[in-house]
Design a protein around this ligand. Structure first.
Ligand code: AMP
Ligand code: MG
Length: 644
């Protein structure tokens, strides 16, 4: 009791290897399915059989015809032919499906029978109706012979009573449900789904759907973990987001632990002042925390515990970290408790065109987007750090960098584990600078059934990928300060430019900021800003086209805020709208979207570099779509360049 916090912090300092952490976690658990339950036929899809099912009856239960025709004695028609038919007398009954025969078939006789009808006593074959004709005065003419047993399915030929129908461990789908129904089973014994509590922690969390208050973020881990649990045969029991409050957290964790089979928390694993979660978990039951700090990237703050036989896990707060650690370490254990087989992994061999730096001593997962060049499949890293959720939408899978490697050199071969069961490469691979206008063009293409994916590599990254043949189109907006020209000076010899659109850039400030009241031009606005030592600017990163414009306005001066250099227009307008800065330079659509004042400065050219030859059909369609998107682009606040 006295030093539990100190003990826990000790453990956090001792970062374990991935393998060691997994071994300790598994050793503390009883790795068996939790138990069986009987579930009705209509709710069996997706469940796993806990016991082998033997057929309780024969299927089919009686000998039955598999064609429409006549039940006969084979010997009566053995010599039948088109020219010399066998003549038979018809019995006075017709055997439909579900009709029990009354009359035996004796020598020289036949009984009409439908597909599925029970074979009458005495008959040993069925002649297809196509091989007969009926003459009212002579009877039935059979024009082809049949062998004994022909066109009959015998009782138990599908499955005989007592034979194994389905084995324990089988994942039940429509086919298995059909088999159970065919032998009359209306339920089956399946493994019980573990009930797993999902608790997000953090004062900053707001549930999706509610308004976002200042400094708050949406709870993504709760929905992510709940969905991942369902995908892995568990029932998610949602506890919502709990603030970093000792009493509230303790109450939630204790209730979750006592009412569920496992508890998955997220957030609060680091040593920040508000991070209480791991202390609570440490006090919950024996043996308690078995690993706190695992040499994984992302995912180092992962905390694994077993409390009175139940797994209790604290995933890292960052959603991508939470997702990777869940799938790598937690899901395999929960699948065992759910009685599910290991998740099948699909991998694809690729080449990595760019160097990926990595931390020595940590197993590193890197999300990648796949593309194709002349030699095969290439994998681009797309993670923007452990905080990026959007990487998931761009990534096709991930690769793993060994703990002992310092980097994956450019050109390395790498095996990529796919998120989906197969690779679906987009028809058009776009890499470079991103713009909301591009989304409008991509939507137009999507409506025509052409898939395109845009990777945000920046203008220069896009040009490099295009030069190596790893993408089809590179969107760029680069200003050459020497010539004052956009984009054309940056094209390689084998590239041409598809004109895109213009984005008006301007000086941005909050409406009603009296310091800018009289300023009609950007130069006057900058002069006004420089006159007030409290007026904070927000700059742009070196290399951005916008930065060239800012440098021109400032002419060597470095006012307060100069070193705040975010990488996007959205970050600039967010800083000004939220009062963290007072002025900056951004494009009009971004400024207008958050209700800021805008003084026009210069037009930025956003165009597309494409290979000069050969022009692929997909690129031609893209060019056409840029033209067609004119209206949509204007609505977004852009000016189409239209051929110029
Ligand atoms: P923590 O481990 O609590 O310090 O969280 C690390 C980071 O992850 C912080 O930026 C948190 O705001 C963020 N985070 C924690 N929980 C969630 C969640 N449920 N959804 C989205 N982000 C989260
Ligand atoms: Mg937190």
């Amino acid at each position: 009791m006295t030093s539990s916090a100190a003990v826990v912090q000790d453990q956090f300092l001792k970062v374990l290897s991935r393998e060691e952490a997994v071994a300790r976690f598994r050793a503390a658990l009883r790795l068996l399915p939790l138990g069986a339950e009987t579930v009705g036929l209509d709710h069996l899809a997706g469940r796993t059989l806990a016991a082998t099912v033997a057929a309780p009856v024969d299927a089919p239960p009686f000998d039955r015809s598999v064609v429409d025709g006549f039940a006969v004695r084979a010997v009566d028609v053995a010599e039948a032919s088109e020219t010399g038919p066998a003549w038979l007398a018809l019995n006075d009954e017709t055997i439909a499906c579900g009709t029990e025969p009354r009359l035996a078939v004796s020598s020289g006789h036949a009984t009409p029978i439908a597909t599925g009808g029970p074979i009458p006593r005495g008959a040993d074959a069925v002649v297809m109706i196509e091989h007969t004709r009926f003459e009212p005065d002579r009877g039935l003419a059979v024009t082809r012979p049949v062998g004994p047993g022909q066109n009959i399915a015998f009782a138990g030929s599908d499955i005989a009573r007592g034979e194994t129908l389905l084995r324990r461990g089988t994942l039940i789908g429509a086919r298995e449900i059909g088999m159970l129904a065919a032998v009359g089973a209306d339920s089956a014994s399946v493994w019980r789904k573990p009930r797993v509590a999902v608790i997000s922690t953090g004062d900053e969390l707001v549930p999706p759907g509610a308004p976002l208050r200042p400094a708050a973020i949406y709870d993504s881990n709760g929905p992510i973990v709940a969905a991942a649990l369902e995908e892995n045969g568990c029932v998610a029991v949602r506890f919502g987001a709990v603030p970093d409050d000792a009493a509230l957290l303790e109450a939630a964790i204790r209730e979750a632990h006592s009412t569920c089979d496992a508890v998955i928390l997220s957030g609060g694993t680091s040593k920040g002042a508000g991070d209480l979660t791991y202390r609570m978990v440490g006090m919950l039951g024996q043996p308690g925390i078995v690993a706190h700090g695992v040499a994984l990237k992302p995912g180092k703050p992962l905390c694994l515990a077993v409390c009175d036989g139940k797994p209790v896990v604290i995933l890292p707060g960052f959603p991508t970290s939470a997702m990777f650690t869940f799938h790598d370490i937690v899901a395999p254990v929960l699948r065992i408790l759910a009685g599910l087989p290991e998740r099948p992994e699909v991998t694809v061999e690729t080449r990595v065109p760019v160097r990926i730096p990595s931390d020595l001593g940590r197993t590193e997962f890197v999300m990648v987007a796949l593309s194709r060049d002349a030699e095969g499949t290439v994998a681009f890293p797309v993670g923007k750090g452990s905080g990026a959720v959007t990487a998931f939408s761009q990534a096709d899978g991930f690769l793993t960098i060994d703990a002992l490697a310092e980097a994956l050199p450019a050109g390395s071969a790498a095996s990529v584990t796919l998120f989906a069961p197969h690779v679906a490469l987009p028809a058009l691979s776009i890499a470079g600078s991103h713009c909301v206008g591009l989304d409008a063009v991509i939507s137009l293409l999507a409506d025509k059934g052409i898939t395109a994916r845009s990777l945000a590599l920046g203008s220069l990254g896009g040009l490099a990928a295009l030069k190596r043949g790893e993408c089809d189109i590179a969107p760029i907006h680069l200003l050459d300060p020497a010539s004052g020209l956009y984009n054309t000076p940056f094209l390689g010899p084998s590239m041409r430019l598809v004109p895109g659109w213009r984005r008006m850039q301007g000086l941005v400030h909050r409406h009603g900021d009296s310091r800018f009241a009289g300023a009609a031009s950007p130069a006057e606005a900058v002069a006004a800003a420089l006159a007030d030592a409290d007026c904070l600017m927000v700059n742009r990163n070196q290399g951005a086209g916008t930065r060239v414009l800012i440098d021109g306005l400032l002419a060597g001066r470095q006012p307060p805020g100069y070193w705040n250099q975010p990488r996007s227009h959205n970050a600039v307008v967010a800083a000004i709208a939220q009062g963290r800065a007072d002025w900056g330079v951004a494009i009009a659509p971004a400024a207008v979207a958050v209700g800021l004042a805008f003084i026009p400065l210069a037009e930025e050219h956003y165009d597309f570099a494409v290979p000069r030859e050969p022009s692929s059909p997909a690129v031609a369609l893209f060019e056409a779509a840029v033209g067609e998107a004119g209206e949509a682009l204007r609505e977004l606040g852009f000016t189409p360049a239209s051929g110029g």
